[in-house]
Design a protein. Sequence first.
Length: 289
Amino acid sequence: MTLFERVREALAGFGPMREVEMPGGVVFEWDGDALAGVESGVPRVRVEDGWATPADHDLAGAIQQAADVVLAECVLRWHDQLRAGGDDAYRAMLGLVHHDQDREQLQRLLLAHTRGPVQGLRQLAVTCLGHVGRLDRAVLPEVLGRLEELIDDPDLGGTAENALGDIERHTHPFLLWRRHQSAWVIFAPPGDPEVARQLALVEEPDVVVVVPHAETLPSLREYVLGLVREVEARTHTVDEECGLLLADPAKPGLRFVLEYDGDIAALQPLLNDWEDLVAVVKDHYLLAW
Protein backbone atom coordinates (compact mmCIF):
# COMPACT_ATOMS: atom_id res chain seq x y z
CA MET A 1 0.00 0.00 0.00
CA THR A 2 1.38 3.38 -0.98
CA LEU A 3 1.72 6.25 1.49
CA PHE A 4 -1.10 8.09 -0.27
CA GLU A 5 -3.37 5.05 0.14
CA ARG A 6 -2.42 4.68 3.81
CA VAL A 7 -3.30 8.32 4.51
CA ARG A 8 -6.57 7.98 2.64
CA GLU A 9 -7.41 4.81 4.59
CA ALA A 10 -6.62 6.50 7.92
CA LEU A 11 -8.99 9.34 6.97
CA ALA A 12 -11.83 7.00 5.95
CA GLY A 13 -13.66 7.28 9.27
CA PHE A 14 -13.88 11.07 9.27
CA GLY A 15 -16.58 11.50 6.66
CA PRO A 16 -16.33 12.98 3.15
CA MET A 17 -12.91 14.36 2.35
CA ARG A 18 -12.00 16.71 -0.48
CA GLU A 19 -8.71 15.87 -2.13
CA VAL A 20 -6.94 18.96 -3.43
CA GLU A 21 -3.89 18.59 -5.65
CA MET A 22 -1.09 20.96 -4.66
CA PRO A 23 2.46 21.42 -5.98
CA GLY A 24 4.37 18.36 -4.79
CA GLY A 25 1.42 16.47 -3.36
CA VAL A 26 -2.18 16.30 -2.20
CA VAL A 27 -4.04 17.96 0.70
CA PHE A 28 -7.11 16.37 2.28
CA GLU A 29 -9.73 18.90 3.39
CA TRP A 30 -12.60 18.35 5.82
CA ASP A 31 -15.33 20.99 5.66
CA GLY A 32 -12.93 23.27 3.83
CA ASP A 33 -10.12 22.94 6.38
CA ALA A 34 -6.88 21.18 5.51
CA LEU A 35 -6.45 18.17 7.81
CA ALA A 36 -3.66 16.04 6.34
CA GLY A 37 -1.67 15.61 3.18
CA VAL A 38 1.21 14.03 1.38
CA GLU A 39 4.00 16.38 0.36
CA SER A 40 6.99 15.17 -1.69
CA GLY A 41 6.36 11.63 -0.46
CA VAL A 42 6.13 12.65 3.22
CA PRO A 43 2.93 12.53 5.31
CA ARG A 44 1.86 15.82 6.89
CA VAL A 45 -0.83 16.47 9.51
CA ARG A 46 -2.33 19.56 11.11
CA VAL A 47 -1.28 20.58 14.62
CA GLU A 48 -2.34 23.60 16.66
CA ASP A 49 0.48 25.82 15.42
CA GLY A 50 0.71 24.61 11.83
CA TRP A 51 1.86 21.31 10.35
CA ALA A 52 3.92 18.35 11.53
CA THR A 53 5.36 15.15 10.11
CA PRO A 54 4.07 12.13 12.08
CA ALA A 55 6.08 9.07 12.92
CA ASP A 56 5.48 6.33 10.38
CA HIS A 57 4.13 3.89 13.01
CA ASP A 58 1.65 6.43 14.42
CA LEU A 59 -0.01 7.77 11.30
CA ALA A 60 -3.55 6.91 12.44
CA GLY A 61 -3.03 8.47 15.88
CA ALA A 62 -1.54 11.62 14.40
CA ILE A 63 -4.48 11.99 12.02
CA GLN A 64 -6.91 11.63 14.93
CA GLN A 65 -5.13 14.45 16.76
CA ALA A 66 -5.17 16.53 13.57
CA ALA A 67 -8.92 15.94 13.27
CA ASP A 68 -9.40 17.22 16.82
CA VAL A 69 -7.49 20.40 15.94
CA VAL A 70 -9.49 20.99 12.76
CA LEU A 71 -12.80 20.20 14.44
CA ALA A 72 -12.13 22.75 17.19
CA GLU A 73 -11.49 25.35 14.48
CA CYS A 74 -14.69 24.36 12.67
CA VAL A 75 -16.77 24.70 15.85
CA LEU A 76 -15.48 28.25 16.36
CA ARG A 77 -16.23 29.12 12.75
CA TRP A 78 -19.72 27.59 12.94
CA HIS A 79 -20.52 29.69 16.00
CA ASP A 80 -19.43 32.81 14.10
CA GLN A 81 -21.51 31.83 11.07
CA LEU A 82 -24.56 31.14 13.20
CA ARG A 83 -24.27 34.53 14.88
CA ALA A 84 -23.91 36.21 11.51
CA GLY A 85 -26.96 34.52 10.02
CA GLY A 86 -27.29 34.10 6.29
CA ASP A 87 -27.11 30.92 4.24
CA ASP A 88 -24.09 29.54 6.11
CA ALA A 89 -25.98 29.59 9.41
CA TYR A 90 -28.07 26.54 8.52
CA ARG A 91 -25.11 24.29 7.84
CA ALA A 92 -23.29 25.73 10.85
CA MET A 93 -26.17 24.81 13.16
CA LEU A 94 -26.17 21.23 11.92
CA GLY A 95 -22.40 21.02 12.33
CA LEU A 96 -22.62 22.21 15.93
CA VAL A 97 -25.29 19.64 16.76
CA HIS A 98 -22.92 16.86 15.78
CA HIS A 99 -19.60 18.25 16.98
CA ASP A 100 -19.89 20.96 19.66
CA GLN A 101 -18.53 19.46 22.87
CA ASP A 102 -20.36 21.87 25.18
CA ARG A 103 -23.77 20.22 24.96
CA GLU A 104 -25.50 22.45 27.51
CA GLN A 105 -24.34 25.61 25.74
CA LEU A 106 -25.48 24.10 22.44
CA GLN A 107 -28.98 23.39 23.73
CA ARG A 108 -29.35 26.90 25.12
CA LEU A 109 -28.18 28.30 21.80
CA LEU A 110 -30.78 26.23 19.95
CA LEU A 111 -33.46 27.29 22.43
CA ALA A 112 -32.60 30.93 21.75
CA HIS A 113 -32.96 30.33 18.00
CA THR A 114 -36.45 28.86 18.48
CA ARG A 115 -37.40 32.43 19.44
CA GLY A 116 -35.33 34.11 16.71
CA PRO A 117 -36.58 36.29 13.86
CA VAL A 118 -35.69 33.94 10.98
CA GLN A 119 -38.39 31.35 10.39
CA GLY A 120 -36.10 28.85 8.68
CA LEU A 121 -33.56 28.91 11.51
CA ARG A 122 -36.35 28.68 14.11
CA GLN A 123 -37.64 25.52 12.46
CA LEU A 124 -34.17 24.02 12.08
CA ALA A 125 -33.40 24.78 15.75
CA VAL A 126 -36.49 22.84 16.82
CA THR A 127 -35.47 19.91 14.63
CA CYS A 128 -31.91 20.05 15.99
CA LEU A 129 -33.16 19.81 19.58
CA GLY A 130 -34.65 16.48 18.58
CA HIS A 131 -31.30 15.49 17.06
CA VAL A 132 -29.55 16.33 20.36
CA GLY A 133 -31.92 14.01 22.21
CA ARG A 134 -31.24 11.25 19.71
CA LEU A 135 -27.46 11.67 19.83
CA ASP A 136 -26.99 12.31 23.56
CA ARG A 137 -29.98 10.42 24.97
CA ALA A 138 -30.48 13.38 27.32
CA VAL A 139 -31.66 17.00 27.11
CA LEU A 140 -32.05 19.90 29.51
CA PRO A 141 -35.46 20.08 31.23
CA GLU A 142 -36.16 23.43 29.61
CA VAL A 143 -35.89 21.82 26.17
CA LEU A 144 -38.93 19.65 26.87
CA GLY A 145 -40.86 22.61 28.24
CA ARG A 146 -40.10 24.73 25.19
CA LEU A 147 -41.08 22.00 22.74
CA GLU A 148 -44.35 21.43 24.56
CA GLU A 149 -45.03 25.18 24.33
CA LEU A 150 -44.47 25.06 20.59
CA ILE A 151 -46.85 22.18 19.85
CA ASP A 152 -49.72 24.68 19.44
CA ASP A 153 -47.63 27.02 17.28
CA PRO A 154 -49.21 27.16 13.78
CA ASP A 155 -45.80 27.23 12.07
CA LEU A 156 -43.64 25.06 14.33
CA GLY A 157 -46.15 22.76 16.00
CA GLY A 158 -45.63 19.73 13.77
CA THR A 159 -41.84 20.08 13.90
CA ALA A 160 -41.93 20.46 17.69
CA GLU A 161 -44.08 17.35 18.06
CA ASN A 162 -41.66 15.34 15.91
CA ALA A 163 -38.67 16.62 17.91
CA LEU A 164 -40.38 15.81 21.20
CA GLY A 165 -41.13 12.30 19.97
CA ASP A 166 -37.52 11.87 18.85
CA ILE A 167 -36.28 12.93 22.29
CA GLU A 168 -38.72 10.71 24.13
CA ARG A 169 -37.83 7.64 22.08
CA HIS A 170 -34.11 8.05 22.73
CA THR A 171 -34.12 9.27 26.35
CA HIS A 172 -36.49 6.59 27.68
CA PRO A 173 -36.10 2.81 27.31
CA PHE A 174 -39.84 2.53 26.61
CA LEU A 175 -42.86 4.83 26.33
CA LEU A 176 -45.91 3.63 28.24
CA TRP A 177 -47.82 6.87 27.80
CA ARG A 178 -47.41 7.14 24.03
CA ARG A 179 -49.95 5.06 22.13
CA HIS A 180 -48.45 2.36 19.90
CA GLN A 181 -44.90 3.70 20.42
CA SER A 182 -43.46 1.16 22.81
CA ALA A 183 -42.84 -2.53 23.29
CA TRP A 184 -45.99 -4.50 23.98
CA VAL A 185 -44.54 -6.47 26.90
CA ILE A 186 -41.92 -4.97 29.21
CA PHE A 187 -39.99 -6.87 31.88
CA ALA A 188 -38.92 -4.54 34.69
CA PRO A 189 -37.63 -4.90 38.26
CA PRO A 190 -40.33 -4.80 40.96
CA GLY A 191 -41.12 -1.24 42.07
CA ASP A 192 -39.08 0.29 39.23
CA PRO A 193 -39.26 4.12 39.50
CA GLU A 194 -39.28 4.66 35.72
CA VAL A 195 -42.30 2.40 35.37
CA ALA A 196 -44.08 4.25 38.20
CA ARG A 197 -43.30 7.64 36.63
CA GLN A 198 -44.58 6.60 33.22
CA LEU A 199 -47.70 4.89 34.57
CA ALA A 200 -48.75 8.26 36.00
CA LEU A 201 -48.65 9.71 32.46
CA VAL A 202 -50.92 7.10 30.86
CA GLU A 203 -54.32 8.53 30.01
CA GLU A 204 -57.59 6.77 29.31
CA PRO A 205 -58.62 4.95 27.21
CA ASP A 206 -55.11 3.48 26.98
CA VAL A 207 -54.42 0.63 29.40
CA VAL A 208 -51.19 -0.65 30.97
CA VAL A 209 -51.51 -3.87 32.93
CA VAL A 210 -48.87 -4.57 35.60
CA VAL A 211 -48.28 -8.26 36.36
CA PRO A 212 -46.40 -8.81 39.67
CA HIS A 213 -44.10 -11.76 40.42
CA ALA A 214 -43.61 -12.73 36.79
CA GLU A 215 -40.70 -14.93 37.86
CA THR A 216 -43.24 -17.37 39.34
CA LEU A 217 -45.23 -17.81 36.14
CA PRO A 218 -45.04 -21.27 34.54
CA SER A 219 -44.29 -21.49 30.80
CA LEU A 220 -43.15 -17.88 30.66
CA ARG A 221 -42.56 -17.85 26.91
CA GLU A 222 -46.08 -19.09 26.16
CA TYR A 223 -47.51 -16.59 28.62
CA VAL A 224 -45.71 -13.67 26.95
CA LEU A 225 -46.72 -14.94 23.50
CA GLY A 226 -50.35 -14.92 24.66
CA LEU A 227 -49.98 -11.29 25.81
CA VAL A 228 -48.46 -10.28 22.46
CA ARG A 229 -51.34 -11.89 20.59
CA GLU A 230 -53.82 -10.09 22.84
CA VAL A 231 -52.19 -6.74 22.06
CA GLU A 232 -52.30 -7.55 18.35
CA ALA A 233 -55.97 -8.44 18.50
CA ARG A 234 -57.02 -5.40 20.52
CA THR A 235 -54.86 -2.66 19.01
CA HIS A 236 -54.14 -3.67 15.41
CA THR A 237 -56.09 -4.06 12.17
CA VAL A 238 -55.31 -5.93 8.96
CA ASP A 239 -54.87 -3.43 6.14
CA GLU A 240 -57.06 -4.58 3.28
CA GLU A 241 -54.78 -3.21 0.58
CA CYS A 242 -51.43 -4.64 1.71
CA GLY A 243 -52.64 -7.44 3.96
CA LEU A 244 -50.32 -6.37 6.78
CA LEU A 245 -51.20 -6.07 10.46
CA LEU A 246 -50.94 -2.37 11.34
CA ALA A 247 -51.47 -0.41 14.54
CA ASP A 248 -54.92 1.20 14.47
CA PRO A 249 -54.70 4.77 15.84
CA ALA A 250 -58.44 4.69 16.58
CA LYS A 251 -58.04 1.80 19.03
CA PRO A 252 -56.85 2.32 22.63
CA GLY A 253 -53.30 1.29 23.41
CA LEU A 254 -52.58 -1.81 25.48
CA ARG A 255 -49.31 -2.86 27.11
CA PHE A 256 -48.17 -5.23 29.82
CA VAL A 257 -45.45 -4.63 32.41
CA LEU A 258 -44.16 -7.83 33.99
CA GLU A 259 -42.36 -7.26 37.28
CA TYR A 260 -39.54 -9.79 37.35
CA ASP A 261 -37.35 -10.32 40.39
CA GLY A 262 -34.31 -11.91 38.76
CA ASP A 263 -31.87 -11.67 35.88
CA ILE A 264 -34.03 -9.99 33.24
CA ALA A 265 -31.34 -10.03 30.55
CA ALA A 266 -31.10 -13.82 30.85
CA LEU A 267 -34.68 -14.07 29.56
CA GLN A 268 -33.78 -12.77 26.11
CA PRO A 269 -32.67 -16.11 24.56
CA LEU A 270 -35.77 -17.75 26.03
CA LEU A 271 -38.13 -15.29 24.34
CA ASN A 272 -36.28 -14.17 21.21
CA ASP A 273 -36.82 -16.58 18.34
CA TRP A 274 -37.58 -13.96 15.61
CA GLU A 275 -40.69 -15.88 14.53
CA ASP A 276 -43.38 -15.50 17.15
CA LEU A 277 -41.53 -13.08 19.44
CA VAL A 278 -38.82 -10.44 19.30
CA ALA A 279 -37.12 -9.57 22.61
CA VAL A 280 -34.53 -6.81 23.06
CA VAL A 281 -32.54 -5.85 26.17
CA LYS A 282 -32.46 -2.10 26.72
CA ASP A 283 -30.84 -0.70 29.84
CA HIS A 284 -32.05 -3.06 32.60
CA TYR A 285 -35.35 -3.89 30.88
CA LEU A 286 -36.44 -6.54 28.40
CA LEU A 287 -38.79 -5.36 25.66
CA ALA A 288 -40.87 -7.88 23.72
CA TRP A 289 -43.20 -7.70 20.72
